[in-house]
Design a protein around this ligand. Structure first.
Ligand SMILES: [Zn+2]
Length: 240
């Protein structure tokens, strides 16, 4: 480690451990100030990032291991927090699954990019909230490489669910255990979930998310993602 004691102390103060299972705990780092600008939209969020580490490790050991953990070869999740998230009575929360094609490329085959940016605006307008950007959720958990094959099948006429099944995957294999543990750390009061999927709300409530219900988020529908959204409504329980 090549760092002054003062800097090490500052970083340690920004690290929080959260128990996960017998072998691992979560190490959350933050808040880090993140000024964001997207078109006309500008706001400063507090960014937190987390990864799994051994239950044995101290904060100093986490810092010591950074250059051998190969963190660039896996994904890490984030949460962008806005306003007085801990104490405000009503806060909006979005659990956003990573979508490389939609969020980064701006692909119109899904509405993820639209939903990500729109939920950030909703949270700022509301005054307080958090967007969880959940790693390892690409293509409902099948990964980017498999997603390219699923898209090829979709070009041949299969819908999202059929394509994932054809490749040997369940429809939806996403886990919310880690983001929910992080949420518990950041806020104890109930939240309002931004989602069009009542099943997702129910699933998260079963995992211990305490809610005031949900608010929907539509509007990103285009000619190219129309079929994808129809499938979400017909097969995955999403409401209009
Ligand atoms: Zn997407």
């Amino acid at each position: 480690m090549d760092m002054t004691q003062t800097n090490l102390q500052m970083i340690k103060e920004k690290m929080t451990f959260v128990p996960l299972d017998q072998l691992n705990k979560l190490c959350i780092v933050g808040p880090v100030k993140l000024p964001i600008k997207q078109g006309n939209f500008e706001a400063t969020f507090n960014w937190y990032c987390w990864t799994k580490v051994s239950t044995q490790w101290t904060k100093e050991q986490v810092v010591d291991h950074l250059n051998t953990m190969n963190l660039a070869f896996g994904q890490q999740s984030s949460v962008l927090v806005y306003g007085d998230f801990e104490k405000t009575e009503d806060a909006l929360v979005r659990m956003h699954s990573i979508c490389h094609t939609g969020d980064i490329f701006g692909s119109q085959r899904c509405d993820c990019g639209y939903q990500l940016h729109e939920s950030m605006k909703m949270i700022v307008d509301h005054g307080a909230g958090a967007i969880f950007y959940v790693a390892d959720h690409e293509g409902r958990g099948i990964g980017l490489f498999s997603k390219s094959m699923a898209y090829l099948l979709q070009q041949e006429g299969l819908d999202t669910v059929e394509a994932n099944h054809a490749l040997g995957f369940e429809d939806d294999i996403r886990s919310y255990e880690e983001p929910l543990k992080v949420l518990e750390q950041l806020r104890k009061k109930p939240v309002t979930l931004i989602t069009n999927n009542p099943k997702k709300l129910a699933a998260l409530e079963q995992h211990g998310l305490s809610t005031h219900g949900h608010v929907p988020l539509w509007g990103g529908e285009t000619d190219t993602n129309h079929r994808y959204l129809e499938t979400k409504r017909e097969k995955s329980g999403h409401i209009r």
